[in-house]
Design a protein around this ligand. Sequence first.
Ligand SMILES: [Zn+2]
Length: 484
Amino acid sequence: MPKIFIVLFAFFANCVSAEKAFSKRTLQLAAKKYQLNYDIDIKQRNLSASGKITVINTSQNSADHIPLRVYRLLQVTSVTNSEGLSIPFTQQVLSNEDWPVLQTNYVELKLDKAIKPNEIFTFEIKYKGTLLGYTETGMNYVKDTISENFSIIRMDAFAYPLVTYPNDLVNRKAKFWLNRYDYDITITVPNEYVVANGGQLMSRNEHATKHTYRYTNKLPAWRMDFAIARYAYYVKGKYSIFSWESSQNSQALLEKIANTFDLYAKWFGPLEQELGYTFIEVPENYGAQADVTSVIQDAKGFKELDRVYHEISHQWNVKSLDVHSPRWNEGLATFLEALTLNKLDSPGHLSQQTAKTLNKVKDTIKHNQQYDQTAFIEYGKEGLNSYTVGMIFFHLLYDLVGENEFNHIIGSFYRTFYATGSTTEQFIQFVKRNSRKDLAHFFDEWAYSPVFAKRLNEFESYKELYQFYKVNNQTQSASIVKLK
Ligand SMILES: [Zn+2]
């Protein structure tokens, strides 16, 4: 190839990143409102969307461009300002700088007038294309497509534009996951399909062969999920289900959901805002995901009630303010699902599940040295499994402080930090302050150091492990400091 072409090729290939590597940038903007209209063509297996997105400048400096990521097979066809004038933009399928296997269509809007700090800006966007999931990234649950059986529009597949760069570390630094927005979305589908969403159904308009569902958020949202299938819809008071299971099974699950909310309200106190709860069935292995007012879950949720308990318990969690959260609330939810199943459906389940989980944790530690060297509070940074270790951690805490105090602490923590969110450190300090037991030694070993991994080898059973912490409740900080 002649040299000039090589140079030109290199230039165009780097067109977007030539300006400034994403790793050197700061995410300045966040979504404030999505008003989008989707038309889903199930036969052709594609979608077209148009509408408005409002962003806010959350940084201290003016922003001269808007970064967006959409699914790699979605093409943006036009971007205009509120006067209908074109906004110049570039788009290019790019690998994430810090996760190259994830490819998104990176769209950058060039603004002729910068957005000042705290200022909002609304633009109109049109895009179309199809969805084919992200299983190649290792996110096996993101099987998202448009098909006759099931289609889904959700964040996991970038089925709507996310105001982010193709560098998740940069996005994380801006704490983009703390951002909340409003949405007002219409989805047009063929008449035989139903659009399920956890927000408020504002209208359903019939056309000749299609109908349009319009949903708005009930609470400020951090994600949007619109599932499209031949659903039946069941309602009981504040609770509802979109499902393709039998009416009998759906009614039974609805009953369970209502009872579980009542039970957790008894344990932890009422939710700060009771806006109902929607259970949306998705095909197997599409992942379970709890939103602020809804959950998407596969058919196993109809039979395996511990999954339902797990997701409902997340309603009593608060936002995480950690940059790398150890996701201790997954440990709490994993413990609560076993505890609830034990109490409501199958006595003896908790001790069996704990024994199983304990063996799993011991096995994990044996095969992965990182567990021997990492304190639980650092799990987020190292990407370690907080579900299993967290389950044992919360079971111990529950037994150490007793049921009443445990429920009181979890409930009052939720009420105290509901509005602001909290860090893991704040959680631990809150538990310490509000317990009548001295938990310093327990937290030193289970949160601040990996000593617990050694204890698991010392003690055969959960019972012995619990007895050890029950008796040894004095801080042994000298030995801990050395181990750190
Ligand atoms: Zn969970």
